[in-house]
Design a protein around this ligand. Structure first.
Ligand code: NZQ
Ligand code: ZN
Length: 384
């Protein structure tokens, strides 16, 4: 097992009615910037609940953060933080609003020339405005991690940063707020949760049985719960279970001491930057291609997933790998996700453009760090 240093300081306040706890979580004297997305919180009652809880606070609002949050929008909020002397950020929305808020928090305290360098050049984030959140979509795990993914449409980029300075001080998870989610977003969130676990688990054997079993537990529970939400969308327990799984899938617990493979996310982000594909759907499209291309490196763990999670009994390794890829594709299909290139308009030109971009950045992906532009072309040719 590799050395590790793990600290997750996020306070999670979970359950029905917990938005009313906001006054117990925010500093009493805080001047708050409340950030939100395109308006879902106004139609499902979350906005009213938050405003009622914040009635004794000085609150400035900033709405309009897009799915795949845009740098230019977020920089407008940075100006407000500075001009209004905001000292606490409260994100009310999905992963995009929260990621955008983490970036606002970091950019407002950034002393370098261009805050985009935090994403493009890995410029260190040493300070940030404190933030908390009411998370409304189970998917990213952003509510319990210190990561954020930000897009810049002018340059077709979608890049990530992470810093302990942007861990939320608290995250309120009230599963009832997810009743209003379109089922398309529910499916996206389940696919995202699934692939988060996979990218920490399906690498090469590393003799980390506890981390493996924890990943398998999460996947088994997710595969059990997923169909229930489509049959019975008003079932509170199912909503609560799915939310807690999404949070746990990317709070850093599964990946302590292990080498990870984020190739599916890395390629998925590029596809979203180019074509606007929903994050969860981009992953469902790319994952089978990564596995087919990385069969030599990942075969043993793919087969382990198949045997322990999907109940595959095939003794031959190669056949077990194929059966696991089929089972995974069937799982995505059961969510209503069509994982084909044609569905999303992924052409050879788009793939070539992504490959060129990755090579120009000089980065390589995967647990063996062997996925470059040429490999991405191969992976995408093996996707459907
Ligand atoms: O913008 P509003 O009007 O709020 O509507 C949103 C949006 O249209 C809607 N929505 C959210 N909660 C709702 C709701 N509609 C009805 N009822 C509710 N309760 O859902 C749509 C999608 O929201 P978004 O926040 O974009 O989705 P998600 O939470 O899946 O976030 C996706 C973003 O997170 C990044 C992705 O790349 C993408 O940019 N990721 C962040 C990660 C992290 N911070 O750790 C890791 C992930 O791998 C991922 O990359
Ligand atoms: Zn993801």
């Amino acid at each position: 097992m590799n050395n590790f240093d793990y600290c997750n300081p996020v306070r999670i306040v979970f359950g029905k009615g917990q938005i009313s706890q906001l006054p117990n979580l925010l500093p009493k004297s805080a001047k708050v910037l409340m950030t939100y997305g395109g308006g879902s919180i106004k139609s499902n009652g979350v906005y009213d609940q938050v405003k009622a809880a914040l009635k004794d606070y000085d609150v400035v609002e900033f709405g309009g953060i897009e799915p795949n949050p845009q740098y230019s929008t977020l920089m407008k909020a940075v100006e407000i933080v500075k001009s209004e002397k905001i000292d606490f950020l409260l994100s009310v929305g999905g992963g995009s609003t929260l990621d955008g808020t983490k970036f606002i928090a970091a950019a407002a305290k950034y002393t370098g020339e261009d805050p985009w360098d935090i994403l493009a050049k890995g410029a260190p984030v040493v300070d940030a405005v404190p933030l908390g959140c009411v998370i409304t979509l189970p998917a990213t795990g952003s509510e319990m991690n210190c990561l954020a993914v930000i897009s810049k449409k002018e340059t077709t980029e979608k890049l990530a940063f992470g810093s302990p300075a942007v861990f939320p001080k608290f995250s309120i998870i009230d599963p009832t707020v997810t009743f209003s989610l379109p089922l398309r977003q529910v499916a996206n969130g389940i696919a995202d949760t699934f692939v988060h676990v996979i990218e920490q688990y399906v690498t090469h054997p590393q003799n980390t049985p506890l981390q493996d079993r924890q990943a398998e537990a999460l996947l088994l529970a997710l595969i059990d719960e997923a169909p229930k939400v489509f049959k019975d969308p008003q079932n509170y327990d199912v909503r609560a279970n799915l939310f807690w799984m999404a949070t746990q899938a990317l709070n850093g617990w599964l990946n302590v001491g292990v080498v990870q493979c984020w190739a599916t996310h890395n390629i998925g982000h590029e596809l979203t930057a180019q074509l606007g594909i929903d994050h969860g759907r981009s992953l469902a499209l790319v994952l089978p291609g990564v596995w087919r291309s990385q069969r030599k490196e990942k075969g043993e763990k793919i087969a382990q997933l198949g045997r322990r999670v999907f109940g595959i009994t095939e003794p031959d390794l190669d056949k077990a790998v194929d059966a696991t890829i089929d089972a995974t594709r069937n799982f995505f299909a059961s969510l209503g996700i069509k994982a084909t290139k044609a569905e999303y308009g992924v052409t050879d030109e788009v793939v070539q453009a992504i490959a060129k971009l990755i090579d120009s950045r000089g980065v390589k992906f995967g647990d063996r760090q062997n996925i470059d532009g040429a490999k991405i072309v191969e992976i995408m040719s093996l996707c459907d």
